[in-house]
Every structure is written in structure tokens, then in C-alpha cells.
Design a protein around this ligand. Structure first.
Ligand code: NI
Length: 140
């Protein structure tokens, strides 16, 4: 049980459509409050980051990303990053989900650290909604 004195209070700014989507999910999942939902989301984020940190050695995998097609210079930035990592990218598949959203699936093979680095660079771009890296270890 967490003591009330151990709680830190933070203020965050969010785009209203992001908050609407979040509220919709926490309502569906039955969270008692928005704070509880945000605590859970932060725990999931930390777990995902730690799981990503374990991606080591020779790996085969996919990077799945969703992004905003209308974000200025984003397509060029994504292409530049992929060219810089051409040694680990085997193929990519692009699907135009709606008028302004794109889904891209990138098939990768290489050292886990390099795959993670590629995923993190894509994740950091403005206009990128989500990036997920899934890998399997290559058994020798
Ligand atoms: Ni597209």
C-alpha cells in the first residue's frame, strides 16, 4: 500500500483527442479514476522499455509503426532513418489506413541493440503515433 505522503502530484499537457481516447479506454476497462489509468500506463511504459532493453544478440523481428501522413517532413525523416539502417532492414510494407494515417511494417534482422536503436529513432519523431518492436532470438 502506498502512503499518501509518497505520492507526487504532476501536471501534464495533452492534446484533447489523445485525452479523449485515453478516457474512453479507462472507462471501458473500469478504472476508478484517470490517475489510476495514468499510473497503469506509466507502469506499462516502464515494463516495455525494460523488455526492449533485453533485446540482445542476433535477432529477427518486425517494427510496426503508425504515423500521421500530414506531419510536415515526417515521411522524409522516416525514409532517411530507414536508409541509414539499410543493413538491418530486409523489407517494409506500407499501408494507407485512412486519408491521413499510415501503417508501416518493417522486417528487420540484426543485432538486438541496432534494432532497438532503429525503433527508438523512429519513436522519437514528431507525428509518429506508435512504434512497436517485436523480435525472436535466432537459435544457433
Ligand atoms: Ni500512407
Amino acid at each position: 500500500m502506498t502512503l499518501e505522503s509518497d505520492l507526487s502530484r504532476i501536471g501534464i499537457s495533452l492534446p484533447s483527442n489523445l485525452l479523449d481516447k485515453f478516457d474512453d479506454i479507462i472507462n471501458k476497462r473500469g478504472y476508478s479514476s484517470r490517475s489510476e489509468g495514468i499510473r497503469d500506463a506509466i507502469r506499462t511504459y516502464i515494463t516495455y522499455y525494460q523488455w526492449m532493453s533485453d533485446v540482445k544478440g542476433d535477432r529477427e523481428g518486425v517494427i510496426t509503426m503508425v504515423y500521421d501522413h500530414d506531419q510536415r517532413n515526417l515521411l522524409t525523416a522516416i525514409t532517411d532513418i530507414q536508409h541509414e539502417h539499410h543493413d538491418v532492414i530486409k523489407a517494409s510494407l506500407h499501408s494507407h489506413i485512412t486519408h491521413d494515417r499510415c501503417l508501416e511494417v518493417i522486417l528487420v534482422h540484426g543485432d538486438g541493440a541496432d534494432l532497438k536503436n532503429l525503433a527508438e529513432r523512429l519513436m522519437a519523431l514528431k507525428g509518429v503515433e506508435s512504434v512497436k518492436l517485436t523480435t525472436i532470438k535466432i537459435e544457433k
